[in-house]
Design a binder for this molecule. Structure first.
Ligand code: DLL
Length: 434
């Protein structure tokens, strides 16, 4: 439940807590003697007492490359036998990123996920239908443990087997749905096809992949819920790093445990609040794999204005995209979620799309594959021209659009939606593309 002592502290109180915790983190990293400790020493830091919060911006970064180089256990700050669990992410490039948790870390993670669930309206006694994947991925087990810690009833569905999911939604009447936003849409459509009404559902916590306000509207049109965004990454802890409250106006970062900065991805210098930058997290209370200034690659802006919900935790915007998901077409930089905004905002297409980066010719061509909305009206040539025009107007983007027959764009059943596919040589990645 909402804990004002942790979530509504004054700025000064929170800064004092963060400073105290940061001090402890620096001491632990120096004692562990790993790559992060070595870099601290090289930066002239001899102990936690040398560091204030204001100095944080001058301390060395940690990156995914460090986790890969030290795979699997080289970055542990505790003996291996104190590791109670590992999790990870296969990542977009297929390379595993492994993270470790002590029992205390698992407790912290459960507490943070419980906080996220309650921030989005869950309460003890809620029924949480959890359709995030269970396994190495942090989504399923993270939300599961959070729901248990909150005192809710968790239904551990994992992903896939959509017909069975719809049956369980109808029979158990959960009030909370947790899954990726793309799968929420799929579940909503499948329930409608099956003629199942989901009146008991109140809220959903959707994350693990970028999604736009327009996709939120599409989800809220097929499910009778408030759709909330939940953000996290395995390296920092998993889900439970930040969540929207019922105001749906930015995600509260649990900054008593995850200190956040936004930096210019090119220079590493901090950007002003309100300006999109790469999120960087420091985890002062984690034990097995504490991270100093971890560069996430995720682009979002920070907002320290008070929120109507009463929480004083800094808010991050929805994630615009990952620095490495940015597509450059004829000199224009674009994130898939920006294309999503234009497509879904037009009201002319169904909320299923894929961006095909065609690298077969001398210049990269972007092909936007989508499906017409059932009531789009005009012929597909007119629709195509209209979307090409809108993408150019809104984003300065020169893209080709392919309006494909309903059901052609792949629906996600398990895992994260694949929004961008490459077309090198060989057959088209989707039928009907030219
Ligand atoms: O996706 C943790 C998670 C599970 C978050 C369930 C929310 C719900 P990873 O597999 O390590 O962990 O992937 C982390 O996913 O760096 C972002 O690029 C992306 N991501 C996660 N949540 C969001 C979100 C989980 N709400 C990577 N919006 C992160 C946009 C997100 N991107």
């Amino acid at each position: 439940m909402f804990d004002p002592r942790a979530e509504a502290m004054s700025t000064d109180e929170r800064a004092a807590l963060q400073r105290h915790r940061l001090w402890g983190l620096v001491d632990r990293l120096l004692a562990a003697g790993g790559v992060q400790g070595r870099r601290l020493k090289e930066a002239g830091v001899g102990g936690g007492a040398d560091v204030t919060l204001a100095d944080l911006g001058r301390l060395p970064f940690t990156t995914k490359r460090d986790l890969w180089d030290e795979y699997p256990f080289g970055m542990l700050a505790v003996p291996r036998d104190q590791v109670a669990a590992v999790h990870g992410s296969s990542g977009t490039r297929g390379r595993p990123t492994l993270v470790a948790y002590t029992r205390a870390d698992l407790d912290l993670w459960a507490a943070m996920c419980a906080r996220s669930l309650s921030c989005a309206g869950a309460a003890p006694g809620s029924i949480v239908h959890n359709a995030y994947g269970y396994g190495l991925f942090t989504g399923g087990i993270g939300i599961h443990q959070g729901a248990v810690a909150l005192g809710a009833t968790v239904v551990p569905m994992s992903g896939g087997m959509t017909d069975r999911q719809v049956r369980m939604l109808a029979d158990l009447r959960p009030d909370i749905l947790t899954c990726t936003p793309a799968y929420a849409l799929r579940l909503g459509e499948a329930a409608a096809e099956a003629g199942v009404e989901l009146h008991a559902l109140k809220a959903g916590l959707f994350g693990a992949e970028p999604w736009s306000e327009e996709l939120r509207a599409s989800i809220e049109a097929v499910l009778p819920i408030k759709a909330m965004d939940i953000y996290g990454l395995s390296e920092v802890i998993g889900p439970g790093v930040a969540t929207e409250c019922l105001e749906q106006d930015g995600l509260h970062v649990n900054e008593d445990h995850f200190i956040v900065e936004a930096v210019d991805p090119a220079t590493g210098e901090r950007v002003e609040d309100g300006t999109p930058g790469e999120l960087v997290f420091t985890t002062p209370t984690k034990q097995a794999l504490p991270l100093l200034r971890y560069r996430t690659g995720d682009i979002a802006s920070l907002d320290r204005a008070e929120c109507a919900c009463g929480r004083t935790l800094v808010r991050m915007s929805k994630v615009l995209g990952r620095a490495d998901d940015m597509i450059v077409v004829r000199g224009v930089n674009v994130y898939p979620s920006e294309v999503e905004r234009v497509l879904l905002g037009s009201g002319l297409v169904a909320p299923h799309y894929q961006l095909v980066v065609d690298r077969r010719g001398p210049a990269v061509r972007l092909l936007v594959a989508c499906e017409a909305a059932p009531d789009a009206g005009s012929g597909s040539d007119d629709l195509r021209a209209e979307l090409v025009h809108r993408l150019h107007e809104a984003l300065g983007l020169t893209a080709d659009v392919a309006v494909l027959p309903a059901g052609t764009v792949p629906r996600v059943e398990v895992g994260k939606a694949v929004r961008v596919v490459g077309w090198e040589d060989g057959p088209a990645p989707l039928p009907g593309l030219a």
